[in-house]
Ligand binder design. Structure first.
Ligand SMILES: Cc1cc2nc3c(=O)[nH]c(=O)nc-3n(C[C@H](O)[C@H](O)[C@H](O)COP(=O)(O)O)c2cc1C
Length: 278
């Protein structure tokens, strides 16, 4: 349900979205929510999903789609349970000028202004900014300072689009990204008892790189490399990645759109929900 809701939210943040997209998914999701509530589901989660659905309906109606069936089903659900539905779910409208102002701010402001972008600008990407970002990331910490990350940068249109297509999670916007950065980790630097450490070190690197690219004013999106073993093998072969490397994360990079564009809200839990103080 979380994934289905997020895919609707994501859909709304793609620049060239199809009118009325995802209707069957929305209807199936509402049915799942109804069932989930009958088995004692978490009402605040359902409220959050309904906020996304509400904004999804409004978004499509504004584009001219008939959403009456989705609306009917959602009304049915919200008439039974006292859901707390926010009118601000789904997507946020951002402006490049507002975001630019945050880039030189202190970390509390800067870090809150990074969002995954699925609607990119047409200005050509300056590779020097990517290099400057990679330079900043040399300082990423790693277990025993192994620095096991291996970074593959693809700017050639055919190469980057081949990789984006194989990755499969950026349909509808991959043509707008001008660079693909594949973060891999070198497994040969770890012993058999620490096979997951490569993902920890690579994950720290990846987050650092997302911030560094954001700092340099580039628009980014992390793209999963969590695929079946056969698919990973196929990606590695197609992109000539060494046998000892494991793909950790793909980052799609582009330039910022001028003016306004939409980003998915991706609601976050309050930290108290998952933190304990001893
Ligand atoms: C490991 C990882 C894999 C992701 N894979 C995808 C993906 O394949 N396609 C996509 O559109 N977004 C993907 N995302 C982006 C998430 O949807 C996004 O980070 C999340 O909703 C939080 O939103 P934010 O990045 O705007 O803060 C991925 C993010 C992470 C961290």
């Amino acid at each position: 349900m979380m994934i289905a809701a997020h895919s609707l939210e994501k859909g709304m943040s793609i620049g060239r979205v199809k009118v009325g997209f995802g209707k069957n998914k929305a209807l199936a999701l509402i049915e799942d929510l109804k069932y989930y509530m009958t088995i004692g589901g978490d009402i605040s989660f359902v409220g959050n999903v309904c906020s996304i659905l509400l904004s999804y309906i409004k978004f499509n109606e504004e584009l001219g789609a008939d959403m009456s069936d989705v609306k009917f089903s959602l009304d049915e659900l919200s008439s039974i349970y006292p859901l707390s539905v926010s009118p601000n779910g789904g997507v946020l409208v951002q402006s490049d000028l507002e975001i630019k102002k945050t880039l030189d701010s202190s970390f509390d402001i800067f870090s809150q202004s990074r969002f995954s972008i699925r609607d990119f600008g047409n200005d050509p990407l300056n590779l020097e900014l990517v290099k400057k970002s990679l330079k900043l990331c040399e300082r990423t910490p790693s277990a025993c300072n192994r620095q096991s990350w291996r970074i593959h940068v693809y700017t050639d249109k055919n190469e980057r689009e081949k990789l984006f297509s194989l990755q499969g999670g950026c349909k509808g916007f991959f043509e707008e990204m001008q660079c693909a950065i594949l973060i891999c980790g070198d497994m040969s630097l770890y012993n058999i008892n620490e096979i997951h450490q490569v993902y920890v070190d690579g994950g720290l690197y990846a987050m650092n790189l997302l911030y560094a690219l954001h700092y340099h004013g580039l628009a980014t999106i992390p793209l999963t490399m969590g695929h079946k073993a056969r698919k990973i093998k196929d990606i590695k072969r197609s992109m000539s990645i060494g046998d000892q490397e494991v793909p950790i994360l793909l980052i799609g990079v582009g330039t910022c759109k001028h003016g306004t564009y939409r980003v998915a809200v991706s609601h976050r839990y309050d930290f108290n929900k998952y933190t304990t103080f001893q």
